[in-house]
Ligand binder design. Structure first.
Ligand SMILES: *[C@@H]1O[C@H](CO)[C@@H](O)[C@H](O)[C@H]1NC(C)=O
Ligand SMILES: *[C@@H]1O[C@H](CO)[C@@H](O)[C@H](O)[C@H]1NC(C)=O
Ligand SMILES: *[C@@H]1O[C@H](CO)[C@@H](O)[C@H](O)[C@H]1NC(C)=O
Ligand SMILES: *[C@@H]1O[C@H](CO)[C@@H](O)[C@H](O)[C@H]1NC(C)=O
Ligand SMILES: *[C@@H]1O[C@H](CO)[C@@H](O)[C@H](O)[C@H]1NC(C)=O
Ligand SMILES: *[C@@H]1O[C@H](CO)[C@@H](O)[C@H](O)[C@H]1NC(C)=O
Ligand SMILES: *[C@@H]1O[C@H](CO)[C@@H](O)[C@H](O)[C@H]1NC(C)=O
Ligand SMILES: *[C@@H]1O[C@H](CO)[C@@H](O)[C@H](O)[C@H]1NC(C)=O
Length: 646
C-alpha cells in the first residue's frame, strides 16, 4: 500500500503536462519577454503569444475567475487588459483601486485581477493608457480634466502633471506584478493607437516611456497602431510596435515587417467581432471568416491578442462614442452591451468562435502545457414580469437634488460639485423660473447639443418622444448646428422652463478636445431673440448613495415625460443571471439595487440589458427606471439577449 501511494503520484507526474508557469519558470527567472530576434522568447524559451482581451471593469468581479479560466481552457497563454483612468481617479486627486467608495469600487481591484490571472496560469499584457480608447467614456480619461482647457494626449504640462500623479498610484501596483519579479505581466503598452491621434506629439510618448521606466517597469514596452500609421505614433528605438486590424493579416504583417524588420510579428488587436452604436444593426463576424483570419495569423506565423476574447458590458454611464470632427455633429454613442460577437458572449457563454480558437491553438502551438476543463455554463432565468408600483416625476426628482446657481450656463465639468471635480456622468437640468412666454414663442439652442435635451414647461414635456433614429436629425439631439422648437400656442405667464441635458458618452477616438457636456461655451439659449441667463442647475448623477436614499414615492400613474419608476423583483432562491427586456420602454437607464446597470433605447439594436446574478440578492430587489419619455407598466425579463434591426 505504501509503495503504491509512493509510485502513483510519481507515475502521474511523469505523464502530466507542465503548467504554463512550470514550463517557463521552473528553473528560475532570468529574463522577461524578449523581442530582440524574429521570434519572441520568454525567460529564454520560445513563445508565441496567444492572448485575448477581457476588461476587468466590464465584468462583474464575481465572474473574473470564471472568464479567466474559460480563456485559459481554450489554450490561450495570455490575457490582456486596459486600465481605465476615469474609474481609478474619479475625482481630481481621489483614487479608487478597489474599495475606494465609488459605485464601481468592486470592479477596481486591478491588483487582484492580475494576481487571479496568474493563479489561472496566464501571463498578462497591460495597457495602462493613460488614453485607452476601448469604446469607453472619454477613452478612459477622467472628465474633470475638462475643467481647464488642456491638450489631452500631448506634452501639455498640466496634462502631464495629472498623468504623473495617476501613474504614481498605478505604476507601483504594476511594477510588483512584472514577470521578472515573479508576477504575470510580460509586456505593457504605452498610450493607444497614438498614430491615429489628430495631434501627434512624440515628446509625450517619450515622457510616458521615461516615467514607466523610472518606476522600474522593465518588461517589454510596446505601442499598437493600424499598420497604415507606420511608425508615426511610436519611438522605434525604444518601443516595440504591434499592429491592429480586423482582416488581411498578411498585408498588415508584411507592412509591420517592412518598418520593423528582424523582430517578432504581433497583432495587439485582431478584432474578433465589432461593437454597436445605437441605431446601427447589430454587428457580427461569421464563424467562417473568423476561422480563416485567425488561422492566417497563426500560420503567418505571428503572436496575437484577440480584441475581444470576452467583451462584457458598459455598465453605468461608461460607454464611449465616436465623434467625427469633434463638433458633436457626427456623434455615435456605443450601446450598453459590449458583447463584440467574441469567443465568449457578454453573458460568458461559449460561442462558435470559442471552439475554433481552441482547436486552432491546439493545432499550431508547439508548446504543450496543461489546461483546465472549460467551466460549466452559468445558468440564466427569465424572471416573471414585475409591475411598476411607484414613481417620482421630474419636479419631485428636482426637489431631491441640490442645485447650483449661475448667471451663465455651466457645463457638467465646471459645476462646483464633487470636491470641484464637476459632474462626470448622467443628466444636468437647467431651470429658469418665473418666465413669461408669449404664444408662438420659439426656443433656440445655438451650437450642437451635447448630447440630447428634453424641454419641459411646468413639468410637462414639450419636446417629442423618440420615435425613430431619424429624430436625431432634429431638435433635441446633436446633429443640427443650431436647433429650435415651438414652445406654446397660448400666452403663458410665470412658468418654469426645464432643459434636461443628457451626457450620452464622451468621445473615445479622434478629436477629443471638446468633450464637455450640457450647455458649453459653444452654446447659447434664446427665447425668441432674448438670450436666456441666470440658470439654476440640478446635476442628476444617479449615484448609489442618492438613489438608495429616495423617499416619498407616489403610486404610479405612468406619467409621461422624464420620471423614475420603481418595481420590486422578489427572488426566492439563489439569484440567476438574466436580461432586463426593455422593448416596451422608450429611452433611459435601469438601476438595480442602487447600481446603474446601463442605458436602453428602443431604437436598438440592443433591446435587453444583461443583469448578472451577483447584482441581485435573495429577497426583494429594487429596480428603478429613469425613462425620458413614455414609461411602460411593467418590467420584463428574458433568458437570452434580444437585438432588433433599427
Ligand atoms: C533586448 O535588447 C535590448 C537592447 O539591446 C536590451 O536592452 C535588452 O536587455 C534585450 N532584452 C532581452 C530580454 O534580452
Ligand atoms: C525557436 O524558434 C525559432 C524560430 O522559429 C527556431 O528557429 C528555433 O529552433 C526555436 N528554438 C527552439 C529551442 O525550439
Ligand atoms: C479634494 O480634492 C483634493 C485635490 O484637488 C484632494 O487632495 C482632496 O483629498 C479631496 N478631498 C476629498 C474629501 O475628497
Ligand atoms: C457559429 O457557430 C456556432 C456553433 O457551431 C453556431 O451556434 C452559430 O450559429 C454560428 N454562427 C454563425 C453566425 O453562423
Ligand atoms: C447658428 O447660429 C449662429 C448665431 O445666430 C449663426 O451665427 C450661425 O451662422 C448659425 N449656423 C448655422 C449653420 O446656421
Ligand atoms: C413653429 O410653428 C410654425 C407654425 O406651425 C411653423 O411654421 C414653424 O416651422 C415651427 N417652428 C419650429 C422651430 O418648429
Ligand atoms: C409666480 O409663481 C410663483 C410660484 O411659482 C409665485 O410665488 C409668484 O408670486 C408668482 N409671480 C407672479 C408675478 O405671479
Ligand atoms: C439621505 O436623506 C437624508 C434625509 O432625507 C439626508 O439628510 C441625507 O443627506 C441624504 N443622503 C444622501 C447621500 O443624499
Amino acid at each position: 500500500m505504501k509503495l503504491l501511494l509512493f509510485i502513483f503520484p510519481f507515475f502521474l507526474n511523469a505523464f502530466a503536462l507542465p503548467t504554463l508557469y512550470e514550463y517557463y519558470t521552473s528553473e528560475g527567472i532570468t529574463e522577461g519577454l524578449s523581442a530582440n530576434q524574429t521570434y519572441f522568447t520568454l525567460n529564454g524559451k520560445n513563445i508565441t503569444i496567444y492572448s485575448g482581451t477581457m476588461h476587468y471593469f466590464r465584468i462583474p468581479p464575481q465572474y473574473w475567475r470564471d472568464r479567466l479560466r474559460k480563456l485559459r481552457a481554450a489554450g490561450l497563454n495570455t490575457v490582456e487588459t486596459y486600465v481605465p483612468w476615469n474609474l481609478h481617479e474619479p475625482q481630481d486627486g481621489v483614487f479608487d483601486f478597489g474599495g475606494g467608495g465609488t459605485d464601481f469600487e468592486a470592479f477596481l481591484d486591478v491588483h487582484s485581477y492580475l494576481k487571479m490571472a496568474q493563479e489561472e496560469d496566464l501571463f498578462v499584457i497591460v495597457r495602462p493608457g493613460p488614453f485607452i480608447c476601448a469604446e469607453w467614456e472619454f477613452g478612459g480619461l477622467p472628465s474633470w480634466l475638462l475643467k481647464n482647457d488642456i491638450m489631452v494626449r500631448t506634452s501639455d504640462p498640466i496634462y502631464i502633471k495629472y498623468v504623473r500623479r495617476y501613474f504614481d498610484q498605478l505604476l507601483p501596483i504594476l511594477a510588483k506584478l512584472q514577470f521578472t519579479q515573479g508576477g504575470p505581466i510580460i509586456a505593457l503598452q504605452v498610450e493607444n493607437e497614438y498614430g491615429s491621434s489628430p495631434q501627434i506629439d512624440l515628446d509625450y510618448i517619450k515622457i510616458l516611456y521615461d516615467y514607466m521606466r523610472g518606476y522600474d517597469i522593465v518588461e517589454l514596452l510596446v505601442t499598437s497602431d493600424g499598420a497604415g500609421s507606420g511608425t508615426s505614433g511610436s519611438l522605434p528605438e525604444l518601443l516595440f510596435q504591434t499592429v491592429n486590424f480586423g482582416s488581411d493579416p498578411k498585408g498588415n504583417f508584411d507592412t509591420l515587417r517592412s518598418f520593423q524588420p528582424g523582430r517578432p510579428i504581433m497583432a495587439m488587436e485582431y478584432w474578433t467581432g465589432w461593437f454597436d452604436h445605437w441605431s446601427e444593426n447589430h454587428h457580427t463576424v461569421s464563424n467562417g471568416t473568423f476561422n480563416e483570419i485567425y488561422e492566417q495569423i497563426l500560420t503567418y506565423p505571428a503572436s496575437v491578442n484577440m480584441y475581444m476574447f470576452h467583451g462584457g458590458t458598459n455598465f453605468g454611464f461608461l460607454n464611449g462614442a465616436n465623434i467625427g470632427p469633434g463638433d458633436n455633429s457626427a456623434f455615435q454613442p456605443t450601446t450598453t452591451s459590449y458583447d463584440y460577437d467574441a469567443p465568449l458572449a457578454e453573458n460568458g457563454d461559449y460561442t462558435g468562435k470559442y471552439e475554433i480558437v481552441k482547436s486552432l491553438i491546439k493545432r499550431y502551438n508547439p508548446v504543450e502545457t496543461s489546461t483546465p476543463e472549460p467551466p460549466e455554463l452559468i445558468k440564466r432565468q427569465a424572471y416573471s414580469s414585475v409591475e411598476i408600483q411607484e414613481e417620482l416625476n421630474l419636479n419631485e426628482i428636482i426637489d431631491r437634488v441640490s442645485f447650483v446657481k449661475s448667471h451663465e450656463a455651466l457645463p457638467m465639468e465646471k459645476l462646483p460639485i464633487n470636491n470641484n471635480s464637476g459632474q462626470s456622468f448622467g443628466y444636468l437640468i437647467y431651470r429658469i423660473e418665473n418666465l413669461d412666454i408669449a404664444k408662438s414663442s420659439i426656443l433656440s439652442i445655438k451650437g450642437h447639443v451635447r448630447d440630447t435635451v428634453m424641454v419641459l414647461i411646468n413639468g410637462v414635456l414639450i419636446s417629442k418622444p423618440l420615435s425613430s433614429s431619424s429624430d436625431f436629425d432634429g431638435f433635441g439631439y446633436w446633429k443640427l448646428p443650431n436647433s429650435s422648437i415651438n414652445l406654446t400656442k397660448t400666452d403663458l405667464r410665470n412658468v418654469t422652463l426645464d432643459l434636461v441635458f443628457e451626457n450620452w458618452g464622451r468621445g473615445n477616438f479622434g478629436n477629443l478636445y471638446h468633450q464637455r457636456k450640457g450647455l458649453t461655451q459653444d452654446n447659447q439659449v434664446y427665447l425668441n431673440d432674448i438670450e436666456l441667463n441666470s440658470w439654476t442647475m440640478f446635476p442628476l448623477e444617479f449615484k448609489k448613495s442618492w438613489t438608495e436614499n429616495l423617499t416619498g414615492w407616489r403610486k404610479s400613474s405612468s406619467t409621461k415625460g422624464p420620471g423614475i419608476f420603481r418595481a420590486i423583483l422578489p427572488i426566492e432562491n439563489e439569484p440567476k443571471d438574466t436580461y432586463i427586456d426593455m422593448q416596451e420602454w422608450n429611452k433611459g437607464i435601469v438601476i438595480v439595487n442602487g447600481f446603474v446597470v446601463g442605458r436602453y433605447a428602443f431604437i436598438g439594436p440592443q433591446q435587453a440589458l444583461y443583469l448578472p446574478a451577483p447584482f441581485l440578492k435573495q429577497g426583494d430587489n429594487e429596480i428603478i427606471v429613469f425613462e425620458h419619455f413614455q414609461p411602460a407598466k411593467q418590467i420584463k425579463f428574458s433568458a437570452e439577449p434580444i437585438f432588433k434591426t433599427p
